[in-house]
Design a protein around this ligand. Structure first.
Ligand code: NAD
Ligand code: MG
Length: 401
């Protein structure tokens, strides 16, 4: 059997690197067709030297030029594309059978859509596009015959617990409820009055998972679970009231499906993204991922408890946005990206993040925004919400002083 061709979008990131670590273990089964990143020239160059892809792309044109020069100097045949268009071209290349979508944030929407429209098997780690444009992605996947395979650990766990042959974007009538587990970031037990003053360095220090900065802040605010709630509704067609979130500090049970007969199926494993990645790359087979199973006797006990709403207002904002539907999940996502960026840049405080999102959602309600679910309207609403969030932050600047 010849090796299957894989393109990795966001190859230099946390999920991208975990993906390539699994690929490294299966040279007979997988071949890297293309790699992309934003601006990390040295990082992408090293990956090109190791994996010898046919194509590479960097979103920043100057960085792409430098990468092309460095590859040529080393006599490597990899061809370099440049800018967001270069990444979209790679995403939609039908020479790759598999596409890993692991760009962070809304920047991954157009590339993920291109991979879906090209009818690829699309491994979706990049959850934000599903939140922004879930209906569009599912519709296009159906039309183009693309398979969407969830990589986010909770959604991959649910996917593994659903009947074989389940297709994302459809609903299984036997499913009563989904239960998403939340490990919650570093502020699970921090005194509530300390939260306003936590630093970016403290916020990105997740106790169980090692991830990129944006999702680490999202985990600390629990917006990550909010985005995942919306992601789960899009992928599995289960209505919002039947998706529960439960706090599970150990990150051993990655999520559960409850069936109408009362059975609950769960997937368990180490907190290592190589597990869901290997599952998605290998399905329906099972391949070695570099991760070992857990000793339950050593773990001894697993804890589950309800979420404290006052500590995590972002989760309620996401649930409300999903309930309201239409433009609101997209506005929530864009405002969150702008606020997290400002928090990481030291421009707002940690608890300002929820306040900025709340204000942006309120402003969106009366803004007469276009409500279609096509790409043009989705991008227009995303752009509006970023500007509105920045405006809300300029009014709050004094709070942070
Ligand atoms: P990261 O910040 O570590 O990596 C992001 C990657 O995207 C990098 O390769 C970067 O170069 C690229 N990128 C960033 N901005 C870009 C742009 N504008 N254009 C093109 N490329 C760009 O992020 P991550 O932690 O690997 O997360 C990636 C996605 O996967 C996110 O949507 C995240 O929510 C999701 N996810 C991550 C994890 C995890 O364990 N890290 C788990 C579940 C889901
Ligand atoms: Mg997750």
């Amino acid at each position: 059997m010849s090796a299957r061709a894989l393109s990795v979008l966001g190859a230099t990131g946390s999920v991208g690197r975990s993906t390539l670590d699994v690929v490294r273990r299966h040279p007979q089964r997988l071949r890297v067709h293309a790699l992309t990143a934003q601006r990390d020239i040295a990082g992408l160059l090293a990956l090109c030297v190791e994996f010898r892809p046919m194509w590479a792309a960097l979103a920043e044109p100057a960085a792409a030029r430098a990468l092309a020069a460095a590859l040529a100097a080393q006599g490597l045949p990899t061809q370099v594309l440049s800018g967001p268009e270069g990444i979209v071209q790679i995403a939609g290349d039908t020479q790759a059978e598999l596409v890993m979508s692991a760009i962070v944030g809304a920047a991954g929407l157009v590339p993920t859509l291109a991979a879906v429209r090209a009818g690829r098997r699309v491994l979706v780690a990049n959850k934000e596009p599903l939140v922004m444009a879930g209906a569009l992605l599912m519709r296009e996947a159906e039309r183009a015959g693309a398979a969407i395979v969830p990589i986010d650990s909770e959604h991959n766990a649910i996917f593994q617990c659903l009947p074989a042959g389940f297709r994302c974007g459809h609903a299984d009538p036997g499913v009563a409820r989904l239960v998403l587990t939340a490990s919650v970031g570093p502020f699970r037990d921090a005194p509530l009055d300390k939260l306003a003053r936590v630093t970016p360095a403290e916020a990105v220090r997740h106790p169980n998972w090692s991830m990129g900065p944006k999702i680490s802040v999202d985990s600390a605010t629990m917006m990550n679970k909010g985005l995942e709630l919306i992601e789960a509704q899009r992928l599995f067609g289960v209505p919002e009231p039947r998706i529960e979130v439960v706090l599970h500090p150990e990150s051993v049970v990655h999520s559960l499906v409850e069936y109408v007969d009362g059975s609950m199926l769960a997937q368990l494993g180490a907190a290592d993204m190589r597990v869901p990645i290997a599952h998605a790359l290998a399905a329906p087979e099972r391949w070695e991922s570099g991760v070992r199973g857990l000793s339950l006797a050593e773990i001894g006990r697993l804890n589950f408890r309800p979420i404290e709403p006052a500590r995590f207002p972002c989760l309620a904002l996401a649930r409300d946005a999903l309930r309201s539907g239409g433009i609101f999940p997209n506005v929530l996502n864009a405002a969150n990206e702008a606020a997290v960026d400002a928090f990481l840049g030291g421009r707002i405080g940690f608890t300002d993040i929820a306040a900025v999102i709340d204000r942006t959602l309120a402003a969106a309600a009366g803004a007469g925004l276009p409500g279609g679910d096509g790409l043009e309207d989705v991008l227009a609403v995303d752009a509006w919400a970023r500007t509105a969030a920045v405006e809300a932050m300029s009014k709050r600047a004094v709070m942070h002083a």
